[in-house]
Design a protein around this ligand. Sequence first.
Ligand SMILES: [Zn+2]
Length: 283
Amino acid sequence: MVLRRKRNPLFTIAALAVGVAVILSGCAAEEDVEASGSPSPSPTVSPSPSPTPSPSPSPTPSPTEEQEPEPTQDDTDGRPQASNPRGYDIDTPSSITVVVSKTRPLLDVEYEPETVPSTVHSVNGQPLHPDANEALAAMNRDVTAATGTGFVLCSGYRSYWYQHDVYNNFVNSHGQEAADRTSARPGHSEHQLGLAADIMGEGQGCALGDAYTNTASGQWVNENAWQYGFILRYPDGLQGIVGYHYEPWHWRYVGEDVARDMHEGGYDTLEEYFGLPNAPDYL
Ligand SMILES: [Zn+2]
């Protein structure tokens, strides 16, 4: 794959200045480089073989492949597929319900969302997707009214190339194995969607950890974020499903419908909700 390099000078500066903090914080772990190869596992595939006549171009038929009809498999690089996507679009990068993980890189790895400046104070100036921004601002207003303390945005939208620099700087100084443990590869990050918000309490700085979640304000957010369309993407103890350790600061905007449905149905992860295979590591 040939990737055209286009960089905003702001990102270059910010990548150097903020990248270190991001890496040290651990939240850089959500990003990744490039899918190195694509095996095509499909453990829990839809049992419904409906041979709907799809206009998919069906490229070179491989004679060794099984002939099971799997109508939605063609354009997704062999990534694990949902057995029941519930009608939501979990593949298109601009969909607010897109699922991005270690096994599901963005289909357009250099995808750039529409963003707006964050209404909530953005410590490093990173913007957000307009929908996520509006919801986050509303949540901050309400948590401030309820508890007297709000939060700040420590990380919002990060571009593919921003993460590319952060990751490669880490590889150059510590080696790829260490980089993969600590940083992550571009093209696999929810932050590239503009829909992820790393937050910490006002006055707590941005050394991401559990300081905020242990406050009354943080508890309020934990209990009410779903009403604003946010889910805690990397819950405690579910690394084997989501691929990352507990990140009490990382909130993902999925829209109010999905967030409410997950809350009411008792679903902790997008993988479980959409019937996706676990995503513990890169393919
Ligand atoms: Zn994050």
